[in-house]
Design a protein around this ligand. Structure first.
Ligand code: ITT
Length: 198
């Protein structure tokens, strides 16, 4: 069985990835499986740069293959902000609600509320070139909050073609259309095809 490390402590991501990778022959390890980990500074200006930094730092330290992802929200009228700063838009150690409030404040009086979520996954394997997968979820930023599922900007994000806010979706519904869900599907498809070739 091939070992692969998922660079996250997010329980939801762990369960989802295990479910997809184990059936195709991977033993999935997570950051919970290691007592000591290096400090990872996500200081790049792109999602790809941050996903690579996370994956490379861990792979070098653990001497194992690693899958890392980075995600965020790009608002077109705000020059694609908050982007890579999505988690700390309102500052360090802030809540999701602080970030949402600031975003709505910055969009006051703005008519064009188009935005997209982005996920980039980096597959970093020892002795191989890193491979990247990217996907998006397009939508608009609402003026009011709705729903209590999900996390982050979900209560103020309305996917294109729907009137429901993302925080009103069940996890299963969100995974089918989401930037992260689709990106992970691309990764799995790639690994499955590779299996067939080898
Ligand atoms: P990791 O430890 O896995 O890096 P993180 O909180 O940094 O967790 P991400 O890199 O996936 O998570 O996302 C960065 C921020 O972008 C996150 O804190 C949210 O504010 C926002 N975000 C990302 N995906 C989102 C989603 O599906 N729904 C709402 N907000 C999201």
């Amino acid at each position: 069985m091939k070992e692969i490390v998922i660079a996250t402590k997010n329980e939801h991501k762990v369960i989802e990835m295990k479910k997809m990778l184990e059936p195709i022959g991977y033993q999935v390890l997570t950051l919970y499986d290691f007592l000591e980990l290096p400090e990872i500074i996500e200081d790049k200006e792109t999602f790809r740069g941050n996903a690579w930094t996370k994956a490379k730092t861990l792979s070098d330290y653990l001497n194992k293959d690693v899958i890392a992802d980075d995600s965020g929200l790009e608002v077109f009228a705000l020059n694609n902000q908050p982007g890579v700063y999505s988690a700390r838009y309102a500052g360090e150690d802030v809540t999701y609600d602080d970030n949402n409030k600031l975003l709505l404040e910055n969009l006051k009086g703005v008519e064009d509320r188009q935005a997209r979520f982005v996920t980039t996954v980096c597959l970093y394997r020892l002795g191989k070139e890193p491979i990247y997968f990217e996907d998006y979820l397009n939508g608009t930023i609402s003026r009011e909050y709705k729903g209590s599922n999900g996390f982050g900007y979900d209560p103020i994000f309305v996917p294109n073609g729907d009137t429901r806010h993302l925080a009103e979706y069940t996890l299963e519904e969100k995974n089918i259309i989401s930037h992260r869900g689709k990106c992970v599907q691309k990764l799995i498809k790639y690994l499955k095809n590779e299996e067939k070739v080898v």
